[in-house]
Design a protein around this ligand. Structure first.
Ligand code: SME
Length: 151
């Protein structure tokens, strides 16, 4: 199972204190995009201090205009408020959705908690329709827990 193979690699990246935090986050994006065929855009968004907006952090994939997302807007903005995973099997079925690229068919967003506070999220877009399972959720929760330790 690919997720079990990736877990130790995530741990190795996170614990590499020679690299900056942003460099480690980018390495995680690269690892996921490269190894999971249906992960086509992988990035992090983080809350901007006490403001109710998310700022784009390290990412891999097509550049996006959506570098700042207000809380409540789009899938990412909704997760900033709900504190829950959001799995979107078909983005065309979502009314509160921010399109980044016409190739994207599905999206998953998993929040990152530091001291029980939702401080950001990992966001993955897929060009495949309905590709995500609960296995993706559990794996991405693992990634977010590891990442939380270096934020
Ligand atoms: N689709 C997201 C916006 C971010 S992009 O996917 C990179 C949303 O609806 O929040």
């Amino acid at each position: 199972m690919i997720f079990e193979q990736l877990k130790p690699q995530i741990e190795a990246i996170v614990s590499n204190t020679e690299a900056t935090v942003d460099a480690r986050l980018l390495s995680i994006c690269e690892l996921l995009e490269k190894n999971i065929a249906y992960y086509n855009w992988v990035g992090f968004y983080f809350r901007n201090g006490t403001k109710h907006e998310l700022h784009l952090g390290p990412y891999v994939g097509a550049p996006t205009d959506h570098t700042v997302i207000p809380f409540g807007k789009g899938i990412c903005g909704q997760v900033a408020v709900s504190n829950q995973n959001f799995v979107v099997p078909d983005v065309t079925a979502q009314s509160n959705y921010i399109a980044c690229s016409i190739t994207v068919k599905a999206e998953i967003v998993v929040p990152i908690f530091v001291n029980n506070e939702n401080i950001g999220q990992i966001d993955i877009d897929s060009n495949t329709i309905d590709p995500f399972t609960t296995q993706d959720e559990r794996f991405l929760e693992f990634v977010c827990k590891k990442v939380a330790k270096i934020l």
